[in-house]
Design a protein around this ligand. Structure first.
Ligand SMILES: Nc1ncnc2c1ncn2[C@@H]1O[C@H](COP(=O)(O)OP(=O)(O)OP(=O)(O)O)[C@@H](O)[C@H]1O
Ligand SMILES: Nc1nc2c(c(=O)[nH]1)N[C@H]1C(S)=C(S)[C@@H](COP(=O)(O)O)O[C@H]1N2
Length: 174
């Protein structure tokens, strides 16, 4: 089975003040796009760096997720520590993901540059940050997703397939 982790990083969602709209949106897009069998491994946690690092490590190392998507905690506010946690648990950073998502988000909001969203590799897991705004989820995930299956191939993960009419992915011919 292919496992994909989804972590909603939000003080308010973890306290039950918000319904977890961003996390559910990630599951919704992946369900629409992926044609392979997969299962979500789902967590909602507060913006606490230690807890976030421990959760990323658990989903990558123990649950065996090939991809972990976080939502929220990427901004400049004091409690926003998702990029720091991502960097702390990854051996390799993948700055192109953040660059492309910010460029795309700028088409929608001038505050796109306030997100420090990034991505990185922990062993055989790609960890990807999305902003917490529900609308940002699809805008950001759809623009980077075409490169994700090949990235997962390159780190020795499972072969992710998609419905071509919903989400066309790109794998260079070897
Ligand atoms: N379920 C939701 N419903 C409506 N808006 C949401 C929801 N989740 C997040 N947002 C919006 O996205 C913004 C950023 O979300 P994020 O989860 O990073 O929260 P935050 O601003 O860090 O606040 P906190 O961590 O205290 O909950 C929120 O300020 C809010 O405007
Ligand atoms: N596509 C998109 N990107 C976005 C936004 C948005 O509404 N749509 N909001 C921005 C704002 S206002 C902030 S503060 C940062 C960080 O959001 P986060 O703390 O919820 O991760 O994301 C930015 N990126």
């Amino acid at each position: 089975m292919i496992y994909i982790g989804i972590i909603n990083v939000s003080d308010r969602a973890s306290a039950g003040v918000y319904e977890d709209i961003p996390g559910k949106a990630v599951v919704g897009f992946l369900t629409e796009w992926l044609s392979c069998d997969w299962q979500p491994v789902y967590r909602i946690i507060p913006d606490e760096q230690d807890q976030l690092e421990a959760t990323m490590i658990e989903l990558a190392d123990t649950e065996g997720c090939c991809l972990v998507v976080t939502t929220g905690g990427t901004g400049p506010a004091l409690r926003d520590v998702t990029p720091e946690a991502t960097e702390a648990v990854c051996q390799k950073m993948m700055p192109g993901f953040g660059e492309l998502m910010r460029q795309e988000s700028l088409k929608y909001v001038p505050t796109a540059i306030l997100s420090r969203q990034t991505a990185g590799i922990r062993n055989q897991t790609l960890i990807l940050n999305l902003p917490g705004k529900p609308k940002a989820i699809g805008q950001c995930l759809s623009v980077v997703f075409p490169a994700i299956p090949y990235c997962v191939d390159l780190i020795g993960g499972p072969f992710l397939t998609t419905h071509e009419n919903k989400m066309a992915v790109f794998r260079p011919k070897s």
